[in-house]
Design a protein around this ligand. Structure first.
Ligand code: SF4
Length: 229
């Protein structure tokens, strides 16, 4: 059975999985959570409630059904905007191929797919195929919580709006109680990178550590330069 979630602040429905255990790109080469995932909103608050967890757990099995693509296409009959993965990620290549089929067969829907699976070589072809569809915006999520990004079409997190790099478009939901209102920038393929202003105590702690670490690195660089000089 197709089970959607309806993020209260977004203008559309979503199909999601559990955060972290389906997020293959959430850990670095040492097995540590990358900063953006260490502060992830989808591991706190309402996301811990059984009624929120249950559909995400069920979806992890449900997509394997032979009829899943047909069922999704039917279920999206009246949707105009759709967000994949309010939580979780495209952990399986077979799932990615099925999602691509859904995207291709629902040209009346604008799809937005944020993901970290671009880190894995075997996902790159299917991600490029998704991006080639006119109704699809695939955004590579940066691991950074201080505004860095390395993909041409993606998103990053910033500590506050004043810290946004010049080349990014800032999500203004923070001015609007976290709601999108009329904004649809995330679905707009012409906008290269969107920066989300960090929110929540968990993310703030991660940002404090990241800023402290970068200050330490800056001091070390200065000492090295003084020694070189
Ligand atoms: S950029 Fe616009 S569409 Fe995207 S999350 Fe922010 S308000 Fe919503």
């Amino acid at each position: 059975m197709i089970r959607f979630s309806k993020p209260s602040k977004m203008p559309c429905r979503s199909w999601s999985l559990e955060a972290l255990n389906t997020c293959a790109g959430s850990r670095d080469s040492n097995g540590e959570l990358v900063p953006a995932c260490a502060g992830c909103y989808a591991t706190t608050g309402n996301y811990r409630f059984p009624n929120v967890k249950a559909p995400r757990v069920e979806n992890k099995e449900d997509w394997k059904r032979a009829e899943w693509v047909d069922d999704m296409v039917r279920a999206l009959d009246n949707d105009r905007y759709f967000r994949w993965f309010d939580s979780g990620d495209v952990y399986s290549l077979r799932l990615a191929v099925k999602i691509y089929e859904v995207m291709k067969r629902t040209p009346w829907v604008k799809h937005w797919l944020p993901t970290r699976m671009h880190k894995f070589a075997k996902f790159r072809t299917i991600i490029e195929q998704m991006k080639a569809l006119p109704n699809v915006s695939v955004r590579a999520s940066s691991d950074s919580v201080t505004g860095e990004f390395d993909q041409r079409h993606g998103s990053t997190i910033i500590p506050d709006a004043a810290a946004a790099p010049k080349s990014v478009s800032v999500c203004e939901a923070y001015k609007n109680d976290g709601k999108c209102g009329d904004c649809r920038k995330c679905w707009d393929k012409s906008i290269p990178v969107i920066a989300y202003v960090a929110h929540g105590q968990k993310m703030q702690k991660v940002i404090n550590v990241a800023i402290k670490n970068s200050q330490i690195q800056d001091r070390v660089k200065k000492v090295i330069n003084i020694k070189k000089g």
